[in-house]
Design a binder for this molecule. Structure first.
Ligand SMILES: Cc1cc2nc3c(=O)[nH]c(=O)nc-3n(C[C@H](O)[C@H](O)[C@H](O)COP(=O)(O)OP(=O)(O)OC[C@H]3O[C@@H](n4cnc5c(N)ncnc54)[C@H](O)[C@@H]3O)c2cc1C
Length: 398
């Protein structure tokens, strides 16, 4: 078996794991992140929901049930995590706008509004009410975007279609990164003489240069433009994942990609290593401490069995919300399916409760009682708890 030693190993490359990793790497730790695959951020709008229940996110957090993991994080730490996120995304060329003081709206793919807190600058001009006149640009053959749904909901919108030579979000985004494609597209856009005051695009304006590309289009046509996130897979979610990943690496973090962790080596109340069967042979990744950021069911951190829910790496106790019949609401689209409460209960140091391990910390979507959909708190909670778990882990290894 091959053996590698780090100060800290983080399991999971989502917003929680990458946030924790960056905090530790910035403090000079030798930190590695091991992930079996892409995080749920790649399916998301890329917007940071902090708490969408109230106009003021922090006020909304104050009204969450007392068992909600947000209450383990001091308000000052939530602010610090959000400020840090803003600095990182600015530095990495993916600026976000918004503040913890107030939520804002973005236009979603079906023409409804979504409440969120921080949005990529390419969505900053999204209408906040029904008043703005919109012209929507779509692309021939693009399946993940439905201008007709948006127009049906808003009287004051129309659309045009561009033949871009690609019909997937990824293919279109790659085209927009090309100078010749962008120039030709802008010429076409100028010619169609749009009367409406804002222009909406599906979120395909580039892979890593979206902010710059959007600015160039805006200054050429002299109108406010904004992106509308498509249904998954989502380019803004992928851009978010890419900048957090690149920043972690820039700070010296190591990523073991496509390495699923299958178990641990332990001695008394200490975990000594995680085991991953990669590259055809078992690898033992040793560290002084471990942070579990493997997400909920979609991310792969939790698994539902017939009558229970399990966490497979450390075999941690999982809070199971009643019997299987209580896990789901009869309304498929309900936001409060009981299963949204499942997860690991952490103590104030972000160690899993009722587990023997003194060097294991947990953060993000795998925590119990998050109810991410109902509370609109996905990436925000991942940022805040990733930050707080890293601080606790740092104190331990020192
Ligand atoms: C469809 C969808 C859309 C969403 N949209 C939004 C949105 O617009 N805004 C918002 O704020 N929130 C949104 N959310 C919620 C948000 O994505 C999550 O709450 C949050 O990102 C969780 O982050 P995480 O880091 O805890 O876990 P995840 O993002 O789930 O990442 C888990 C990581 O752990 C890895 N992993 C799991 N098991 C193992 C293993 N055994 N070995 C190694 N690695 C492992 C996975 O491969 C992955 O890299 C959305 C969620 C979904 C499902």
């Amino acid at each position: 078996m091959s053996v590698t030693q780090h100060d800290v190993i983080i399991i999971g490359a989502g917003v929680a794991g990458l946030t924790a990793g960056a905090v530790l790497a910035e403090k000079g730790c030798n930190v590695a992140l091991v992930a079996k695959g892409e995080p749920t951020a790649c399916l998301s709008t890329g917007c940071i929901d902090i708490c969408s229940l109230d106009h003021e996110p922090l006020h909304g957090i104050g009204h969450l049930p007392e068992e909600h993991p947000y209450h383990l994080v001091a308000r000052a730490v939530i602010r610090e995590a959000v400020d840090r996120f803003g600095k990182i995304t600015d530095e990495m060329g993916l600026p976000y706008v918004g503040s913890l003081e107030t939520n804002r709206r973005i236009l979603a793919a079906l023409g409804t509004f979504k409440n969120t807190c921080l949005v990529p600058s390419t969505m900053a001009a999204a209408p906040q009410d029904e008043k703005d006149d919109l012209h929507i640009i779509t692309f021939s053959g693009l399946k993940d975007f439905y201008p007709s749904y948006i127009i049906a909901r808003r009287g004051n919108a129309s659309f045009s279609t561009y033949e871009a030579g690609a019909d997937t979000t990824m293919g279109l985004a790659a085209n927009f990164e090309r100078h010749d494609f962008l120039e030709k597209f802008i010429l076409w856009l100028e010619k169609i003489k749009i009367p409406e005051n804002k222009i909406a695009f599906p979120a395909v304006l580039g892979l890593e240069s979206a902010a710059r590309i959007a600015q160039k289009i805006e200054s050429s046509v002299g109108k406010k433009i904004f992106e509308i996130p498509t249904i998954p897979p989502s380019m803004p979610g992928r851009r978010l994942f890419n900048v957090l990943k690149d920043y972690f690496r820039k700070k010296g973090g190591v990523i073991y990609w496509s390495w699923p962790v299958s178990g641990v080596e332990k001695a008394k109340n200490i975990v000594e290593a995680v085991i991953t069967p990669s590259d055809g042979r078992p690898q033992s990744l040793n560290a002084k401490a471990f942070i579990l950021a493997s997400g909920s069911f979609v991310g792969g951190g939790l698994h539902a069995r017939r009558d229970t829910i399990v966490e497979n790496i450390f075999n941690l106790p999982v809070f199971v919300p009643g019997k299987r019949d209580d896990w789901f609401d009869s309304d498929y689209f309900a936001l409060n399916h009981g299963i949204g409460k499942a997860g690991i209960i952490a103590d104030s140091s972000f160690r899993p409760k009722e587990a023997p391990w003194e060097n294991v910390f947990v953060c993000g979507g795998i925590l119990a009682h998050t109810e991410v959909l109902k509370n609109g708190c996905g990436h925000g909670l991942a940022l805040a708890t990733g930050h707080a778990a890293a601080a606790s882990c740092l104190e331990y290894i020192k």
